[in-house]
Design a protein around this ligand. Structure first.
Ligand SMILES: Nc1nc2c(c(=O)[nH]1)N[C@H]1C(S)=C(S)[C@@H](COP(=O)(O)OP(=O)(O)OC[C@H]3O[C@@H](n4cnc5c(=O)[nH]c(N)nc54)[C@H](O)[C@@H]3O)O[C@H]1N2
Ligand SMILES: Nc1nc2c(c(=O)[nH]1)N[C@H]1C(S)=C(S)[C@@H](COP(=O)(O)OP(=O)(O)OC[C@H]3O[C@@H](n4cnc5c(=O)[nH]c(N)nc54)[C@H](O)[C@@H]3O)O[C@H]1N2
Ligand SMILES: [Mo]
Length: 768
């Protein structure tokens, strides 16, 4: 039975805290996902939809960017993929009656869970200046208004164009063309807050801002280090790949401050072993590291490998180092000089322990390092990832089967969006190809990334804010500053599937454009359309939804963008030239353009036909070629950095519960961590709770402290319950986005600009 959307927010005072789970997935997970699916879609639609997830010629799971195996299982999805699908394929609707019944002020009082639970958006809606409610509008009225506002700006840089990584390749390509044709590179995206540090470090050291492994490499590896990642919740299908590697004899090391359920033990619901025999223990070694200690750990590993090679020889791949790399001497001197005392302080691990980990690396002939947000959202993330690359280069672990770097991407097409040109700092070669294809000149000046966009918004320099997907207000750091900045814009526009906070914290005027998602049938002039996506490992394939769209009055992202192009470029002879209506009616014509602009997409159409997948070229992986400044893979010497926690303070990481997709909150349980009916918790070592003068269960405010001692800025998040948890001393954890208000806008990673969502200095203040 489909259930009705909630009328009230969840009362978090009824929250319960139990024992964290030691294993992930298994039958309870399947049952839980079915319950959510049936609540949102009913039985028949659940079955029809879930059977098409990740099947050849079905739709790509909007859950995460982990690749599909070549041989598909009947149900190639996971508990959290099923939740992501249910959230989109829900039969609940947010139409004009909903907006008539709820004022903006009222909606602003609800949290992201309540807003998202209401259902799918169905009609273009406009919030007029001074109005208390959104009103329905026709597509023409809404699109005309946007084009008019854009064309009225003094300078194209007064507009900002955000994207989140669910957008298809076709829509992403159209979007960047709209933005560049309009005249700016202001294309901040969720990547800026996500894997930007990976892109920065990898681009610089190996010449490509992506990983170098395929799914078969994962199966074939001898050693897999999974650092700063919680795959049991965020990439559950990765557990099947780890299980397979494990069954072939691989060793798995998990590096994490928290003992995350999925990493330690996995019950595969698709095998009898998982269901009956209690599954596979995954990690052979759990390394409980301090927040931000990973650079030190990888330096320690490098230091040990180099020493061991000096003692006995045969540890380093000297042929590879000589033939393919530069900078070895400076790197070796750097790690030789690192003191074990510093490495111990940074990691919280003993020298002996770190040498034992390094011995496992030494013993492996094929090593892969996988990582996600635990490594990318620190001030020194780029340096950390350079040191990960250094360790892999020492043993020639790049460009060899079963070995390499594996940044595990988040959004299902975030990597594809970048490939399609969603980037504020586009390469000249890309722009030149775009110019040739569309007979115009794209702007060359770099645009704003997410942090820079917020700064400009707060300074009142952004007049129009347009987003294709995502939830900018909730996902970005320093919520109060972002809300203030949004309110300063003349017009804020969101192309979205579901209601979220960014629709209710608006500029002077606001527009919501509802759009089709992955599961929806996309019928255009030339017939049913498919789109394409690129997974975390550079494999491109088609995706086609089949459900009837939420209303008759819906447009796809591609159609919305094509119509905006036509309007914004009308009568301008310096604008890109194309048959906009033709592109909207037949996405094959967009793929033809892409195949001429983006390298690796030659014969695009043919290579995705009949559910086929193709791999994009990857020079380090395919041929050990490195497009860096030296033409070689680069060892880099990076001074050791790690967070310093002032007296009486904690370092807070903000992470995901098992029941959310970024700012989309499916429910208020975090089953694996034992938390039910609430999200305002802070996980802390029990000794810290005591030492700071508190008792478990106390309700506190979290106050973040930022800046020099004589000018500390404070930010406050109210009413969090203290939960004793197995985490290193003085390292705490709480959920995002509730804690984003604590992340200072100016606290971001060197080089990449990624907000430091995993290291925020806080103190606890007891609620009166
Ligand atoms: N169901 C579901 N799936 C998702 C998402 C979701 O919200 N829900 N989000 C998607 C997106 S966009 C992304 S980017 C990914 C995110 O996937 P993850 O990166 O797994 O997500 P987080 O919850 O941020 O988890 C960070 C992990 O890193 C650990 N960690 C934190 N700091 C450190 C550190 O300094 N060192 C080390 N070694 N570990 C650390 C944390 O304890 C935690 O286990 O997942 C994607 N998939
Ligand atoms: N404190 C803290 N902050 C973080 C992070 C953290 O770990 N800690 N993680 C960061 C990371 S890794 C990321 S990726 C960002 C995520 O930032 P975003 O990508 O901006 O946020 P999401 O919550 O994924 O966006 C959800 C919204 O996308 C819309 N949507 C969903 N599907 C579609 C679609 O197919 N088309 C369109 N047009 N809209 C759609 C829905 O309206 C939904 O409300 O947050 C970042 N912020
Ligand atoms: Mo992400």
């Amino acid at each position: 039975m489909v259930t009705r959307p909630p009328e009230h927010d969840i009362d978090e005072s009824k929250m319960t805290v139990g024992t964290p789970k030691k294993q992930a997935v298994g039958v309870p997970a399947v049952l839980h996902s079915l319950k959510i699916s049936i609540d949102q879609m009913g039985v028949a639609r659940s079955a029809e939809t879930l059977l098409r997830v990740n099947q050849k010629d079905g739709f790509d799971c909007p859950g995460c960017a982990w690749p599909e195996e070549d041989k598909r299982h009947i149900a190639e999805f996971c508990e959290n993929g099923a939740k992501a699908v249910a959230e989109e394929a829900t039969v609940r609707r947010v139409g004009p009656e909903f907006f008539a019944a709820h004022s903006i002020d009222e909606l602003r009082g609800h949290d992201d869970w309540w807003l998202g639970q209401q259902g799918r958006l169905t009609h273009p809606m406009i919030l007029d200046e001074g109005a208390t409610h959104y009103r329905p509008a026709s597509w023409d009225e809404a699109l005309d208004l946007i084009a008019e506002e854009l064309r009225g700006l003094d300078d194209p840089d007064e507009a900002v164009f955000y994207t989140s990584g669910r957008t298809s390749n076709e829509a992403a390509f159209m979007y960047q063309l709209l933005v560049r044709g309009f005249g700016t590179n202001n294309l901040p995206d969720c990547s800026n807050m996500c894997h930007e540090s990976s892109g920065s470090a990898l681009g610089e050291t190996i010449g490509i801002g992506k990983g170098t492994v395929s799914i078969t490499d994962i199966h074939d590896a001898e050693l897999l280090i999974v650092a700063g990642q919680n795959p049991g919740t965020n990439h559950p299908r990765m557990l099947s790949a780890l299980e397979k590697a494990k069954q072939r004899g691989a060793t798995i090391i998990a590096v994490n401050p928290l003992p995350e359920a999925g990493l330690l033990h996995f019950n595969n619901p698709q095998t009898p072993r998982g269901v009956i025999l209690g599954g596979t223990p995954l990690a052979d070694d759990f390394v409980q590291i301090r927040l931000g200690g990973d650079q030190a750990l990888f330096q320690a590993i490098g230091k040990h490998l180099i020493e061991a090679h000096g003692d006995h020889g045969g540890v380093l791949d000297i042929d590879f180092i000589e033939a393919h790399t530069s900078g070895y001497d400076a790197y070796a001197a750097g790690v030789a000089g690192a003191s074990w005392a510093d490495l111990e302080t940074a990691t919280g691990l003993t020298e002996q322990r770190m040498r034992a980990i390094a011995e496992q690396v030494r013993a492996s002939g094929k090593t892969i390092v996988c990582w996600a947000m635990g490594l990318t959202q620190h001030k020194h993330s780029v340096a950390t990832l350079r040191d990960v690359v250094n360790v892999l280069l020492l043993q020639g672990n790049i460009g060899r089967p079963g070995a390499g770097v594996c940044p595990v991407r988040g959004h299902s097409n975030v990597q594809g969006d970048r490939t399609m040109g969603i980037y504020e700092k586009p390469a000249e070669a890309f722009l030149a190809a775009l110019d040739d294809e569309f007979a115009f000149r794209a702007p060359r000046e770099h645009g704003f990334d997410t942090v820079q966009a917020i700064r400009a918004m707060d300074a009142g320099r952004v007049r129009v804010f347009l987003a294709v997907g995502g939830n900018f207000v909730s996902a970005t750091p320093d919520t109060a500053v972002v809300e203030r900045g949004m309110a300063r814009a003349d017009l804020t526009v969101h192309v979205s599937t579901k209601l979220n906070r960014s629709h209710v914290v608006t500029g002077r005027r606001a527009i919501i454009l509802p759009t089709l998602g992955r599961t929806d049938r996309d019928r255009r002039g030339a017939g049913d359309q498919r789109v394409t996506v690129e997974d975390s490992m550079g494999a491109v394939h088609g995706s086609r939804g089949r459900l009837a769209p939420p209303s008759d009055d819906m447009l796809s992202e591609v159609a919305i963008l094509a119509r905006l192009c036509a309007r914004v470029f009308a009568g301008r002879d310096d604008a890109p030239r194309a048959d906009w209506a033709g592109l909207e009616n037949d996405y094959r014509t967009i793929r033809e353009h892409i195949s001429r602009v983006v390298p690796g997409f030659e014969r695009y159409e043919e290579r995705i036909e009949k559910g086929r997948t193709f791999y994009l070229p990857n020079a380090p992986r395919d041929a050990r070629r490195f497009a860096t400044t030296s033409g070689r893979a680069m060892f880099t010497a990076n001074p050791l950095e790690y967070p310093r926690i002032p007296e009486g303070r904690l370092l807070l990481q903000t992470l995901r519960s098992h029941d959310q997709y970024n700012t989309t909150i499916y429910g208020k349980d975090d089953r694996y961590r034992g938390i039910h009916d609430g999200r305002r918790v802070v996980l802390i070592h029990p000794d810290d709770i005591r030492e700071l003068g508190f008792t478990e269960g106390d309700i506190v405010d979290l106050v973040s402290e930022w800046g020099p001692a004589d000018a500390v800025e404070e930010r406050r998040a109210e009413s969090f319950r203290l939960v004793g948890y197995d985490t290193p001393r003085r390292n705490a954890a709480a959920y995002y986005p509730e804690t984003n208000v604590l992340v200072p806008l100016e606290s971001y990673a060197d080089v990449s600009g990624t907000p430091t969502s995993k290291s925020i200095v806080v103190r606890l203040v007891k609620r009166a």
